[in-house]
Write a protein that binds this ligand. Structure first.
Ligand SMILES: NC(=O)c1ccc[n+]([C@@H]2O[C@H](COP(=O)([O-])OP(=O)(O)OC[C@H]3O[C@@H](n4cnc5c(N)ncnc54)[C@H](OP(=O)(O)O)[C@@H]3O)[C@@H](O)[C@H]2O)c1
Length: 213
């Protein structure tokens, strides 16, 4: 049985990078994505060394033309599983410290891009996984902008499930993840990867990963 080909946005580093390796080890072909081509080539090589197949596309989610290119590449590759992972992570600042440019960019990358990609690919997808955050469920000081993007994504995704759609949707709400070894007070990356994959196979709609003591 051939497993669905996966597009993982923001797979040039962090969680997306780990997800790409994990899904490839499970036997999925991967379409990597990010802006940093050097990093994308490195991870493509790592995956392909193990006999798996990974391609990549460079696209800035702030850029409309790049978004179109990404979607047309996804169609050309017949992507079945979309993991909306790319995100501008939470800098932990009060709202007054954000320029209009930074505000727009966080909302575009974390919220508008996933909506547009899903909208564009509705007819080919079997499964969508939205990497949200615990901040998408709990109000937090100095996280207003990040929260707006993630609460928006939660509202969008949960409402989408009320529509007649032909694909499954899984929303993932993690606390801190150990995406690099020396990160403290963070969940084990292997536990996170295993949990996300198992929830997808199980057709769950929601996965809360709360690693707080
Ligand atoms: N790490 C955690 O503890 C944690 C906890 C909860 C939720 N999350 C969520 O998990 C996801 C991944 O987080 P992470 O910690 O792995 O972040 P990360 O290490 O900063 O990686 C972010 C990824 O997003 C891509 N990206 C950012 N802006 C982009 C843009 N304008 N266009 C295209 N790609 C862009 C980056 O690609 P380039 O560098 O190539 O541009 C990179 O691959 C995010 O949605 C985050 O909110 C993470």
């Amino acid at each position: 049985m051939s497993l669905g080909k996966v597009l993982i946005t923001g797979s040039s580093s962090g969680l997306g990078n780990h997800l790409a390796v994990y899904y490839s080890e499970k036997g999925h072909e991967i379409l990597l994505h990010g802006r940093n081509e050097k990093k994308l080539i490195q991870i493509q090589k790592k995956i392909n060394e193990n006999g798996e197949k990974a391609k990549y596309i460079v696209a800035d989610l702030n850029n409309e033309e790049d978004l179109k290119l990404l979607c047309s590449k996804a169609k050309q590759e017949n992507i079945k599983i979309l993991i909306n992972n790319a995100g501008i992570i939470c800098p932990g600042l009060p709202l007054k410290d954000f320029s209009y440019e930074k505000i727009e960019s966080m909302i575009k990358v974390n919220l508008i891009a996933p909506i547009k990609i899903i909208n564009n690919l509705v007819n080919i997808l079997d499964h969508v996984i939205n990497i949200n955050s615990m901040v998408g469920m709990e109000p937090k000081k100095n996280r207003s902008l990040y929260a707006a993007s993630k609460w928006g994504l939660r509202g969008f995704s949960e409402s989408l499930l009320k529509e007649e759609i032909s694909f499954k949707v899984l929303d993932v709400y993690p606390t801190n993840i150990q995406t690099w070894p020396e990160r403290e007070n963070a969940m084990d990356i292997h536990f996170v990867l295993k949990s996300i994959y198992a929830s997808m196979i199980n057709n769950d709609k929601q996965l809360i990963l709360d690693g707080r003591k």
